[in-house]
Design a protein around this ligand. Structure first.
Ligand code: ZN
Ligand code: ZN
Length: 222
């Protein structure tokens, strides 16, 4: 399993970063990105803290753990700048907390995220429109299919818009607690429940993460 969107007690999750990594080793994960909620103020603290635990875990355990962020409820006009700052501070995966149907995220957040060169994933994009999906298709920002209750309400719509536009998707847990880490079985149910066929669901679980990892590794070398 691969998961590019998780939270620890550094924001509103329940586990310490290193325990989340330990739990994900036990859950059979190959790769985990820890992407706590950030704004301008806690960006540096989150990234320096996560980097230390990821580095320690990577040396000892059979997993690739990478530090990341989820830019959350920041003004849309600051998204690109903060994503760039996050990259400079060592964020490997940069998620933007998209316009989920369950929270009053600032309208225009989806557009700012898919238009930024520094964003990797637009998380839970909610009722994303056609134009934003086609910008994502050309910018390479992945649209998230969310396994998290409340954000998952719009998965069927996200899948339809992404497929029509030719945008790539990725499935993440958005786990805030250990029992929310993904099993292959549950991830398949979420993918199929969002309207994908069996082969599209397998592609989402197996190929999209590899695509994202290649992109991440290019960014790390650049
Ligand atoms: Zn979020
Ligand atoms: Zn999240």
């Amino acid at each position: 399993m691969y998961d590019f969107h998780t939270h620890t007690f550094l924001s509103d999750g329940v586990l310490a970063p290193v325990e989340l990594i330990r739990r994900s080793v036990e859950a059979g994960y190959r790769v985990i990105a820890i992407t706590d909620h950030v704004g301008q103020g806690n960006l540096e603290f989150i990234l320096t803290t996560l980097a230390k635990d990821c580095e320690m875990a990577n040396k000892r355990w059979d997993i690739r753990a990478v530090p990341g962020v989820e830019l959350t409820h920041v003004p849309k006009d600051d998204i690109d700048r903060l994503a760039s700052d996050a990259r400079d501070m060592g964020a490997v995966v940069i998620n933007v907390h998209g316009e989920t149907v369950s929270e009053p995220v600032e309208p225009g957040t989806n557009r700012a995220a898919v238009s930024s060169d520094n964003v990797d994933i637009l998380a839970h994009p909610g009722l994303i429109d056609k134009e934003d999906a086609s910008i994502a298709a050309s910018s390479g920002v992945l649209l998230e299919v969310s396994a998290r209750r409340s954000h998952a309400y719009a998965n069927g719509h996200v899948v339809r818009m992404a497929k029509n536009a030719g945008a790539r998707m990725v499935l993440n847990s958005d786990a805030h607690a250990p029992e929310e880490l993904l099993s292959r079985e549950f991830a398949m149910k979420v993918a199929l429940g969002a309207g994908l066929s069996q082969s599209e669901a397998v592609d989402l679980l197996d190929e999209s993460p590899k695509y994202l990892l290649r992109k991440i590794d290019r960014e790390l070398l650049a």
